[in-house]
Ligand binder design. Structure first.
Ligand SMILES: [Zn+2]
Length: 705
């Protein structure tokens, strides 16, 4: 007997959902009387009129109405399904007729349409959708628009309208210029019957899905709250619709209902206006103004904001716009839920032009294709419009985007993971024909900085952090035991690159990175108890300034060493030849305060030099040369001597540094090597360093680098 228990529970739960619903007109005098009904899951409000609420009420809800003393009357929506009149052409076809008609369209117009389905319903019928466009098997650079009809099974008017609309496009193609252009330019999808189970329900039409759930209260709500069906469960038909939308890139769409005569634009769930509010209003009016009874009906200009009318949570249009940036509208085509067959021809006349007009909005605004700048492949990029917090996505199959916008100038930003974001300003959006703006995005990872960072007192160089920063953008790497580091995926920009390790002083350089640069930067880090004043190899332009003369140049050397010690640039007395006869030049640092508590202070740098020298050892005549001077606390400049001393005394014929010790010689300095100066005598003082070059007249040489 135990096996029976699950079966019993299943039946019990199924019944507890209260499948039976009663159509009710609830009368009121003040709107506050009926406000509680909008959030009552047992009362599915369908329409709010000035004195009446139309609702579908579960048994529990009927008891609630009685308990609270509401004044109401029940009614039955008459069912005209399958009924035909000899005097009119349109009627409400049965599901099987709809199916057969769609199949015959697909067979007769194979170049213009494809019949597809979102999947089966709970009772096994198909949720058909017809695609109408030129080249229906090819994904083209065309905007997609979707009509869907009758998600409420007892709101059947648009079923024959959608079929007529499909027929109009197929039969008019090639003969009617406007229709031909429409089919060529728009990827049009029409779903004549969203809820065939409700539509086929006997003895009368049923609003809900087979399981009693209102499909237009069953979508996830943007604020995460429970839908109007009081469940977080997304049922089969809703899931199929969401899956279908997720696979496609609908630009705009509308779902048809009856029970009122109005275009309802989102949001339904909140009084906050949608980011595209102005545009949604313009599109809504575009439809209603082409439907005279709607335009002149009980709603001003035939439109209403959804929430202004009455709050709905879990509606299709809210989900579609929230998740897919698809501008969806809920269009109510008739005050009478199911008007008699005799009125269908007239209603179709009221709506035909509007139905043909609304999809053409997808051809307005700004459109284009976003591709990889190197491969040309289409990208799944995101397109943002400044001031409108609603991004649209490119269809990755073609890379096309279609951003409907009202007339005006806009700033657009294109972004895609793995690519450099691009902003294009002042793009004019046209409401007659979309402005075309194709965009190429540059892949990240094409620029790199790499090199070696060393600890001169260590045999192993791992654990040095090298960080490159440009604005908010940062890349970091840690050196391996050989000191190697690599910073990849760099976006173009001006960078500060810092090598650091605990116990060592930071070393920082600046560099400008372009789109495809591959830059080498090497670092040497010194222990922090020694202060190194100018830890330079003549590579850093920023810390040195030529204060006298015109000899010093900063750039890529083609003479002398013919290459910088690190990086590509260095200082030189002449980058591409010998220094000038009789020249003097000074390269100086800014003021630098040597900390009083430094236990040691040193000046080190890499250099290379060739200076004119005459005669032979030991009585060299040192005509040209250079030396290093220091200025302490703004006082006199004095020569400082490197560890191991200078090459010798510069001859007195040199008018600038004659008689001073200096670097000199044609061969002893022409390789990159370091010098070290002890500055510990100057701790606690502010100092400047000068690289002083001087030349007598007569002969010259490569110079100082
Ligand atoms: Zn409806």
């Amino acid at each position: 007997m135990k096996r029976l228990i699950p079966a019993f529970l299943f039946i019990f739960l199924f019944a507890s959902q209260g499948l039976a619903q009663t159509a009710v007109r609830i009368f009121y005098q003040d709107r506050s009387e009926v406000e509680p009904l909008f959030s009552n899951p047992d009362v599915m409000v369908d329409n709010v009129k000035p004195d009446t609420v139309i609702a579908y009420v579960f048994d529990k809800g009927m008891r609630y109405l009685d308990e609270k003393g509401y004044y109401y009357e029940t009614f039955v929506v008459p069912c005209y399904r399958g009924q035909k009149l000899s005097t009119t052409s349109l009627y409400y076809p049965e599901y099987n007729e709809i199916r057969d008609t769609l199949h015959s369209f697909a067979e007769n117009y194979p170049d213009l349409c494809r019949l597809d389905s979102l999947g089966p319903t709970q009772e096994g019928r198909w949720m058909y959708i017809m695609r109408i466009t030129d080249n229906p098997d090819i994904q083209e650079d065309e905007p997609e628009f979707r009509y869907s009809s009758t998600m409420h099974g007892d709101e059947p008017v648009s079923v024959p309208f959608c079929i007529e609309f499909i027929k109009m496009l197929l039969t008019g193609y090639g003969t009617d210029t406007d229709i031909t252009e429409f089919v060529n330019e728009i990827d049009m999808w029409v779903m004549p019957l969203y809820n065939p189970d409700g539509y086929e329900h006997t003895p009368s039409w049923q609003r809900t899905l087979s399981n009693g759930i209102d499909p237009n209260r069953n979508f996830p709500v943007p604020d995460g709250t429970r839908g109007g069906d009081d469940t977080y469960t997304v049922y089969q038909e809703t899931q199929a619709f969401m899956d279908f939308c997720d696979e496609r890139y609908f630009v705009a769409s509308a779902n048809f209902h009856t029970g009122a005569l109005v275009v309802n634009y989102l949001w339904d769930y909140t009084s906050t206006r949608a980011p595209d509010d102005e545009l949604l209003i313009a599109m809504s009016k575009g439809y209603s103004s082409r439907n005279e009874p709607m335009w002149t009906g009980s709603f001003t200009n035939g439109i209403t904001n959804g929430h202004d009318w009455y709050e709905v949570k879990g509606s299709l249009q809210d989900w579609v716009y929230w998740q897919r940036s698809d501008m969806d509208f809920t269009i109510e085509l008739s005050d009478t839920k199911a008007p008699p067959v005799s009125s269908l021809d007239g209603l179709w006349d009221d709506n035909r032009d509007a139905m043909f007009y609304l999809p053409q909005w997808v051809l307005r605004g700004i459109r284009g294709i976003v591709t990889d700048s190197i491969t040309g492949e289409p990208l799944p990029a995101t397109v943002s419009v400044e001031g409108i917090d609603k991004d649209v996505r490119c269809d990755p199959a073609v890379g096309d985007y279609h951003r409907i916008l009202l007339n005006g100038f806009y700033n657009l930003t294109f972004s895609c993971p793995g690519y450099r974001t691009k902003t294009i300003v002042d793009v004019y959006a046209d409401t007659i024909e979309a402005t075309r703006l194709d965009v190429q995005l540059v892949p990240l990872g094409t620029s790199r900085i790499h090199g070696i960072a060393l600890l001169p007192d260590a045999t192993e160089h791992s654990g040095i952090q090298v960080q490159a920063t440009s604005g908010d953008f940062t890349r970091t790497d840690i050196t391996d035991p050989d000191g190697n580091y690599e910073l990849t995926f760099l976006i173009p920009g001006d960078y500060t690159i810092t090598a650091s390790k605990e116990g060592y002083g930071d070393t920082t350089v600046s560099a400008t990175i372009g789109d495809y640069d591959d830059l080498v930067e090497n670092f040497t880090l010194y222990q922090i108890d020694t202060v190194y004043l100018v830890n330079t190899d003549f590579e850093m332009s920023a810390v040195l300034t030529e204060t006298s003369g015109t000899e010093w140049e900063w750039g890529i050397p083609t003479s002398g060493p013919e290459t910088a010690h690190s990086g590509v640039n260095c200082w030189a007395t002449n980058l591409d030849g010998n220094y000038s006869d009789g020249a003097e030049a000074m390269l100086e640092t800014d003021e630098y305060e040597l900390p009083a508590n430094a236990t040691d202070a040193k000046l080190t740098f890499w250099h290379w030099y060739e200076f004119e020298r005459g005669d032979s050892w030991p009585s060299y005549r040192r005509y040209d040369g250079g030396n290093v001077k220091i200025q302490v606390d703004g006082g006199e400049w004095t020569v400082i001597t490197p560890e191991g001393g200078y090459d010798g005394t510069i001859t007195s014929s040199n008018p600038y540094i004659g008689g001073e010790e200096g670097f000199n010689g044609e061969t002893n300095g022409n390789h990159w090597h370091t010098e070290e100066f002890d500055l510990s005598a100057y701790t606690g003082h502010t100092v400047r360093i000068r690289f002083h070059f001087g030349c007598d007249t007569g002969t010259n040489s490569s110079g100082w680098y």
